[in-house]
Design a protein around this ligand. Structure first.
Ligand code: GLU
Length: 448
């Protein structure tokens, strides 16, 4: 079956899963050549196998709210592929979560995790539960109820969930406690735990810091660095604020962050004190707009951050947040680098606009792999029951991001078509990640 036929089959089977189909198409268009040139891939039906999850665990979560009412949510774990290691990927709690979103995230996670070079398969899970406006007690009850349903399907050598949107250290710790309680086992079954009880230093910072380390490598290819660069960041969660923080540390001026309600613009740029305030504000689910009373700047209700002139854009909010019009706005505002901190924040049309205008572009599965990479380091620390220092882990993170950059760049050089002035990281990352998972499946024969 050709890649096109596989896509057709998926479109027929899953017409209501647009995000998943989008993610599959993006990989397919970039791996076509290596796929056709390796008869094993066709013989062993590798693309068909890698686009159908090993299994999807779907369950109901009953929990009690503060008023004593029983609430019902849906929960899932998409175990996509364990070709390269135990299933690994975050849990997302957000009202937009459905099978399509989790399948796209789980599918991308296979290649992202492969790129880290660490032994991790791909998975994703979560719930349509909305943590916004919930009390700490409600969050705790939901997390307990969620893991009570999922615990028998996960394990330190089987499937190791972590955080994602709506799931941070607090939620992971609640879930870890319930898992420990139910199984009488203290193991590295979840990553992103509190650092006092098995969590790894720099895990919280890793996705955002890692994206900026990736960007540094891209800049270095062009004999450039972050010093004096103007940066637009979208989102105000863990990834965004740590990406902003690291960019500032490396000499850039970060002008924006945003949330679902609008954009915060500070023409002076954020500094560490302002970032710390934003972290605190977001941790308490308080409005970003309150910033202007304290520090000045402007609040743009209902708007995205791409209307400002800058050198670099870091979309760190969520999937498909940047459409073709936003991408054109970036081009018009002289953005030269777009690095995805979020998973699939650019629509297919937005990617086309960016690439047509020769903007340097790094896809999320390469640029935001730092988070899961440090999760992999947390798993190995848990296995040997030892902790590593912040400095040591930061060095390892930098090294992993450099390797991902170099692997993607060399695959791009070897396989990308056309004589682009920019490194085709999208093709390079997809091919480098795909080859690792695909070659393992060929070696396994018919089994996954
Ligand atoms: N949710 C993160 C991601 O998108 C991290 C997953 C993990 O640490 O397992 O890669």
């Amino acid at each position: 079956m050709s890649l096109q036929q596989v896509i057709q089959k998926l479109e027929d089977l899953y017409p209501h899963q647009p995000e998943f189909i989008q993610a599959v198409k993006e990989v397919a268009i970039t791996i076509e050549d290596i796929y056709d040139n390796n008869t094993n891939y066709n013989t062993y039906k590798i693309f068909e196998r890698l686009t159908e999850p090993d299994r999807i665990i779907s369950f109901r979560v009953n929990w009690e709210d503060d008023a004593g009412n029983i609430q019902v949510n849906r929960g899932w774990r998409v175990q996509f592929s364990n070709a390269l290691g135990p299933y690994k990927g975050g849990l997302r709690f957000h009202p937009t979560v459905n099978e399509s979103v989790l399948k796209f995230l789980g599918f991308e996670q296979i290649f992202k995790n492969a790129l880290t070079g660490l032994p991790m398969g791909g998975a994703k899970g979560g719930s349509d539960f909305d943590p916004k406006g919930k009390s700490d007690n409600e969050i705790r009850r939901f997390c307990y109820a969620f893991i009570r349903e999922l615990y028998q399907y996960i394990g330190k050598d089987l499937d190791v969930p972590a955080g994602d949107i709506g799931v941070g250290g607090r939620e992971v710790s609640y879930m870890f406690a319930m898992y420990k309680n139910l199984t009488h086992e203290y193991s590295g079954v979840l990553t992103g735990k509190g650092v006092g009880f098995g969590g790894s230093l720099i895990r919280t910072e890793a996705t955002g810091y890692g994206a900026v380390y990736f960007l540094e490598n891209m800049l270095a290819v062009n004999n450039d660095n972050l010093q004096g660069k103007k940066v637009l960041v979208s989102g105000a969660g863990n990834v965004s604020l740590h990406a902003a923080e690291k960019a500032i540390m490396l000499g850039a001026t970060v002008l924006t962050v945003s949330d679902s309600k609008g954009t915060l613009h500070d023409a002076q740029g954020f500094d560490q004190q302002k970032i710390d305030w934003l972290k605190e504000q977001k941790a308490c689910h308080k409005p970003l707009a309150e910033y202007i009373e304290k520090f000045g700047g402007e609040w743009l209700e209902g708007q995205k951050p791409w209307q400002f002139k800058a050198d670099i854009a870091l979309p760190c909010a969520t999937q498909n947040e940047v459409d073709a019009t936003n991408a054109q706005q970036m081009v018009d505002n002289s953005i030269k680098y777009v690095v995805e901190g979020a998973n699939m924040p650019l629509t297919a049309e937005a990617i086309d606009v960016i690439r047509e205008h020769h903007v340097h572009y790094a896809p999320g599965k390469a640029a935001n792999a730092g988070g899961v990479a440090v999760s992999g380091l947390e798993m190995s620390q848990n296995s040997v029951r030892q902790y590593r220092s912040f400095e040591e882990l930061d060095e390892q993170l930098k090294c992993i991001m450099r390797n991902i950059h170099d692997d993607a760049a060399s695959a791009a050089q070897q396989y990308a078509k056309g004589d682009e002035p920019c490194v085709d990281y999208m093709t390079g990352a997809n091919i480098a990640g795909f080859k690792r998972a695909a070659d393992a499946l060929v070696a396994y024969g018919v089994l996954n």
